[in-house]
Design a protein around this ligand. Sequence first.
Ligand code: ASP
Length: 335
Amino acid sequence: MKRRKFLQNASLTGIGVAVGASVLAKNTTENFNTKTVTEATNTPAIFPIVITTWNIPNATNKAGELLDQGKSAIDAIEQGCMVEEKDPSNQTVGKGGRPDRDGNVTLDACIMDKNGNYGSVVYLQNIVHAISVARKVMEETPHVIMAGKGAEQFAVSEGFKRENLLTEESKKAWEKWIKTSNYQPIINIENHDTIGMLAIDKNGDISGGCTTSGLAYKMAGRVGDSPIIGSGLFIDNEIGGATATGLGEEVLKTVGSFLIVELMRQGKTPQQACEEAIHRIVSKPNSNYKNFQVGYIAINKKGETGYYSIHEHFSASIYKDGKNENYKSDFHNKS
Ligand code: ASP
């Protein structure tokens, strides 16, 4: 992953790394201290703002530009996520996503709006824009989650086109993998990539979304954290939002995104809340966290942001004041 700017936060504890994006831009390295954090807290937020998992400038810019034009956070989230879903070179979401062990690309996605409404699709096949189907579930049905064939039929009835999501590149990689079929239910720290996105629009309203093809070569039928409310994503327009990437099973077991929002409700900064959520995972008895990655991003109502992961190589992108920057995340496992 290309990273244009690094945030040095390794030595900070507790309150140390809760900063609004405008402050991040100014305090990327040595002059980061408690005083600037206080200033950050007291600086009125300038909206709009977008934060995403990973270095996905096209998607982050798309969402940010729509917000700059006055579009709602929910529209920006959907269209931002769609940028990655339709990009076949991104092998972790939408078209070109890596398949399950049977060679089927199956998508999980969810979206949540300022009113606490939520829609998701799980195990969706043959439809590129899982995030848009999730939005349709939220807005056009009395339900919140739709799965598999039913979700696909619903998408088609809403005008989505069926198409094969398995690209030649992903097919070749899968064919190579089946020669050994060496699947371990853990992930290499680089072998994952849910696109998670949180946005605050000009009205100060928050929405969020996430979309993924899940773990490569997962068992057929496996569902991860991403489409599950409170795990892969949670938004409370009074407080803030959070979303996750990494080994979904661990996020699910700790209901990570809901946890982060509730910690912010109790007064923690987004950064402190992300760190606490990672701490819950790594401090479990017999946790084998050295073998898997989880990363969180969060935003609060003031537009302050946070991000943290178990291992190095996680990053977050922030769009603010008309531009997108990518920031390396601090992480737990320094050994
Ligand atoms: N969290 C996703 C899942 O478990 C995968 C990922 O982020 O790579 O399905």
